[in-house]
Design a protein around this ligand. Structure first.
Ligand code: S5P
Length: 261
């Protein structure tokens, strides 16, 4: 078991507003569950978010999946986030040069920075991607996650690449709020405990999906892999009863956290 500090304590170790808000939200609401709402339409997403909102700390979106995305999308989600006390994470996985991501993050069709508290980026372009996103996001109080590892089979994000992500995060403590990671308990490089570790590839039954996704259980992800937030997609939105399933994942994730304190 990877021993950890409480979420309350970790809130005091970050310089990023979003990370502080998230640590405090998780402690107050007693949930470390992020739902990956990869449903077919914005309409379905909003219905789902209203139903499972009470169980989650974060609603993760892929706004380019929804054919009915419109200008009201962000405001509607922000209302639900306030109603149910959760944060919004647009899983955009930016991967371009600084100048290009400034436009992709702030404007275009989706205007992500206007409604998403959290977004994420690949580090493959180098540090300029963080400078670009920060120019847009920091004045709005947003937070950035770096993809330090991925859950998919054969991922290139390992070893030195992961170490480089840790080093880049350390240079931007005001804006980088944490990582997408799979096994931070095994990381060799030192990283600030104010940073949040979020892990996708979570299902109670384990296994995979035939397209490279690899699943671990919530218990293993929190206790052995050293993560802070479990990201669950199909395990919840494809379940016969998504609300009951979200409650089950929430309990599994929270029990694992409490038992690792
Ligand atoms: O390495 C990663 C990073 C991410 S953000 N592996 C992932 O699966 N994700 C995302 O997590 C992916 O885009 C999807 O939205 C979610 C996993 O969904 P599930 O249905 O497999 O639980």
């Amino acid at each position: 078991v990877f021993k950890r500090d409480s979420y309350e304590h970790r809130a005091t170790l970050t310089e990023n507003k979003c990370a502080k808000d998230l640590w405090n939200l998780m402690a107050r609401k007693k949930t470390n569950l992020c739902v990956a709402a990869d449903v077919g339409t914005a309409k379905e997403l909003i219905v789902l978010a209203d139903k499972i909102g009470p169980e989650i700390c974060i609603l993760k979106t892929h706004c380019d999946l929804y054919p009915d995305f419109d200008d009201a999308f962000g405001a509607t989600l922000l209302e639900l986030a306030a109603k149910h006390d959760f944060m919004i994470f647009e899983d955009r996985k930016f991967a371009d040069i600084g100048n290009t991501v400034v436009g992709q993050y702030s404007s275009g069709v989706h205007k992500i920075a206007d409604w998403s508290h959290i977004t994420n980026a690949h580090i493959v372009p180098g540090a300029g991607i963080i400078d670009g996103l920060k120019q847009v996001g920091l004045p709005k109080g947003r937070g950035l996650l770096l993809l330090a590892e991925m859950s998919s089979a054969g991922t290139m994000a390992k070893g030195q690449y992961t170490e480089d992500a840790i080093a880049m995060a350390a240079k931007h403590p005001d804006f980088v709020m944490g990582f997408i990671s799979t096994r931070p308990s095994a990381w060799k490089g030192a990283w600030s405990r104010g940073l949040v570790q979020m892990t996708p590839g979570v299902q109670l039954g384990g296994g995979g999906d035939g397209l490279g996704q690899q699943y671990n259980t919530p218990d293993r992800v929190i206790k052995e892999c050293g993560s802070d937030v479990i990201i669950v997609g199909r395990g919840i939105y494809k379940a016969a009863d998504p609300v009951a399933s979200a409650a089950e994942y929430r309990k599994a994730g929270w029990d694992a956290y409490v038992s690792a304190l």
